[in-house]
Design a protein. Structure first.
Length: 96
């Protein structure tokens, strides 16, 4: 028998998920309720990456999407890192 944990959203909704489920899997289930793509999660005043696993009950939980300031900052930061990585790779190949 699989062990379940409870995720209580800020809006009062409670979902039970299998222990070890990733936040990405939960985000995929609720994405239809959000107008923009979900970028990260927030619980206990801390941000969590979507690759994080749910291993205990979560209270006051919320997903952050691109329509929110923090979601846009995560997107911009990720794009910046990709640009830096591409520039490093290009400069390495050019032997400058």
């Amino acid at each position: 028998m699989k062990e379940c944990v409870k995720v209580q959203f800020k809006n009062g909704e409670i979902r039970e998920v299998e222990k070890g489920t990733t936040l990405q899997a939960l985000a995929n289930e609720v994405q239809k309720d959000y107008p923009f793509p979900i970028m990260l999660a927030k619980t206990d005043y801390r941000f969590k990456e979507l690759c994080s696993k749910i291993d205990h009950d979560l209270v006051d939980f919320e997903f952050i999407d691109l329509g929110q300031k923090d979601g846009m900052r995560v997107y911009q930061r990720s794009a910046t890192f990709l640009l830096i990585a591409a520039a490093k790779r290009l400069l390495k190949e050019c032997h400058i």
